[in-house]
Design a protein around this ligand. Structure first.
Ligand code: ADP
Ligand code: MG
Length: 608
């Protein structure tokens, strides 16, 4: 039987591993390297080149060398800034496409080439066919991004047994399942293009994710950009002195020439890596433009000044994750570091500062996720037992109900896999169909949340509030949402997989959380108002009808009071304020007690 491999499909680097004799082993390629840059180069002639060789081509042929494609997987055009050396295409709103030479490719097709190389490396190392895989994704990936990753795996010839969140995999790699019960752990993962912070709790051998937060557009790339800009400035000044300000400004030539920009970036990355262990390094860029060369003694202090603003952006996410988990930093038992950038002393100091404790650096931070994916693959194939992984939903999921309200079915931070359902009814008599509008977000009103998809369920026309439609949400182990709606009377049902989910960026998730806090008060008011207005719209015609039928039996003063209360309700609806409308409804309700009794008596008499 084919072994299950574990794969970390990273923005910058990818790795593959397999369980051997109960231990996770990462597999090397024919050059003996375990880290494969997630880069694909398309030469003029011949097939695509993947990995280290391709990464080198970034300098020479930036337009046909595709890196950081994970930023675009499952995304739509216009969502991601195209600050890359190659060209993107696709109509705004349509899936992003990558322009390569004369053709176009989907991001998942590029990722599939990276996965196919890993698969070939594994088959060579293991001397057997490899067709089953566990692949990791950042915790914040939405449905579309997870589905696209799964598709990439399939295009590479894998059956994707499971999509696993990266921080959860890392926790396994650090052996945190060996901690004492109820230990709480923060996983701080700063990679090339994504940042993830997760708070986990160990419960009788089970990992439970208490909260997750992060940003899929924050990482080492941002530090590289800062260094490259800094170098570009230095070069500009140097060139300016040399040429007495006449021409050849570095900023100009780095913009004009992608090759120069890419060389600056490569120098920036090299220097950054060296300064994780050395105090200074010399950046040499011979023949940068024509016969002009550049050299600069770059210190760790200079680097830290440039990197600090990037690293500081992780703080808000960490605090958010802690507050979602309802924990103080001192209630954590351990902080683990994941992602190549956490090799930087600055990052280690900063993490210690945020959490008030020295982080655990016992594992190689570039390899932890792949090791965890491999252990997870081992669990699936039965090679490892006694560990179960639980993940959680980053935002609430629900449907729109009458009046434009958000009705939550699966709350934010629920453990997945999960299944939850609720019964709904028709708001109008004789209604023939119900629109199921699936929403994601934390706002009270449907319009403020994201619409993941919509479909209609037809049912037998019934009097108002008589139809019974069950709506069930199921999030499977891969984090993909399946929505089922069923008319309980006829058994007619529709099942929809939310694979075409709007592709929400991580910043959007963060913004949603901020907005929900900021607008909490108005939102609750708007919900109360909407609910009160629905009540008024039921009460007002009923009262008018009752007055027509039995109003004559009331005293003049009683009738006058009801008419006054009706006017008050109408006025409160027009004013649009929640609490006054609620009070007006209650007052009308009270004023019409006797009217209601008369109506019931009349009904009994008519019957009898
Ligand atoms: P990803 O998960 O995004 O693929 P990795 O975990 O492989 O990323 O981290 C890649 C990032 O880590 C890159 O920005 C790389 O420059 C950076 N990195 C790798 N090694 C070091 C190091 N020694 N010092 C600082 N940064 C490093
Ligand atoms: Mg990673």
């Amino acid at each position: 039987m084919s072994p299950i491999v574990g794969i970390d499909l990273g923005t910058t680097n990818s790795l593959i591993g397999v369980m051997e004799a109960g231990f996770p082993i990462l597999l090397a390629d024919s050059a003996g390297e375990r880290l494969t840059p997630s880069v694909v180069h398309f030469p003029v002639q011949g097939g695509p080149i993947v990995g280290r060789t391709a990464a080198r081509m970034r300098v020479l042929e930036p337009e046909s060398t595709i890196y950081s494609v994970k930023r675009f997987i499952g995304r739509r055009a216009g969502e991601e800034s195209g600050d890359v050396g190659y060209k993107l295409s696709g109509q705004p709103g349509a899936p992003v496409r990558i322009r390569v030479r004369d053709g176009e490719l989907a991001p998942e097709e590029i990722s599939a080439l990276v996965l196919a190389k890993l698969r070939a490396d594994a088959e060579r190392a293991l001397e057997c066919e490899v067709t089953r895989a566990v692949i990791t994704v950042p915790a914040y990936f939405n449905d579309a991004q997870r589905n696209a990753t799964k598709l990439a795996g399939e295009l590479a010839g894998f059956t994707v047994e499971r999509i696993v969140n990266e921080p959860t995999a890392a926790a396994l790699a650090y052996g945190l399942d060996k901690l004492r019960d109820k230990s709480r752990v923060a996983v701080f993962d700063l990679g090339g293009g994504t940042f993830d912070i997760s708070i986990l709790e160990l419960n009788q051998g089970l990992f439970q994710v208490l909260s997750t937060n992060g940003n899929t557009r924050l990482g080492g790339d941002d530090i590289d950009t800062a260094i490259a800009n800094f170098l570009s400035g230095k070069i500009a000044v140097a060139t300016l002195c040399e040429t007495s300000g006449t021409h050849h400004l570095a900023a100009e030539f780095s913009e004009a020439s992608p090759a120069i920009a890419a060389r600056l970036r490569e120098a920036a990355v090299d220097a950054k890596h060296q300064l994780s262990t050395a105090e200074f390094t010399t950046i040499e860029l011979p023949f940068l433009a024509g016969d002009r060369s550049f050299s600069h003694r770059f210190t760790r202090e200079e680097l830290e000044k440039l990197a600090r603003p990037v690293v500081e952006r992780t703080r808000a996410h960490c605090l958010r994750a802690l507050s979602d988990a309802k924990l103080r930093p001192d209630e954590l038992d351990e902080i683990i570091l994941v992602g190549g950038v956490t090799r930087m002393p600055l990052v280690r100091r900063y993490v210690a500062e945020i959490f008030g404790r020295v982080p655990n650096i016992s594992q190689n931070p570039d390899e932890a996720v792949a090791l965890g994916a491999t252990i997870q693959a081992g669990i699936l194939s039965g090679a490892v037992q006694n560990v179960i992984l639980l993940d959680i939903t980053p935002l609430s999921l629900g449907i729109e109900t009458f009046g434009g309200l958000m009705n939550v079915i699966i709350p934010r931070n629920s453990t997945i896999p999960i299944k939850a359902g609720e019964m709904f009814t028709n708001a109008l008599a004789g209604q023939r169909a119900m629109k199921i509008s699936v929403l994601q977000g934390e706002r009270e009103m449907a319009k403020d949340n994201w619409r993941l998809g919509e479909f209609e369920l037809e049912f037998e026309p019934a009097p108002k509030s008589q139809a019974r439609v069950g709506v069930q949400f199921e999030i499977d182990a891969n984090g993909i949402l399946h929505v089922l709606a069923r008319d309980t009377k006829t058994g007619i049902e529709k099942k929809v997989e939310m694979s075409s989910a709007v592709d929400v960026s991580d910043e959007a998730v963060e913004k949603m959380l901020e907005d929900s806090l900021e607008h909490a008060f108005e939102d609750v008011n708007e919900r109360i108002f909407t609910e009160a207005k629905l009540k008024s719209s039921e009460m007002l015609p009923a009262v008018r009808n009752a007055l027509n039928l039995v109003g004559a039996q009331l005293d003049e003063s009683e009738r006058a009071l009801i008419v006054e209360r009706v006017t008050e309700v109408e006025q409160a609806v027009a004013d649009g304020a929640a609490q006054p409308l609620k009070r007006a409804n209650a007052a009308l309700d009270e004023a019409t007690q006797r009217l209601a009794t008369l109506l019931i008596e009349r009904a009994m008499q008519t019957k009898g």
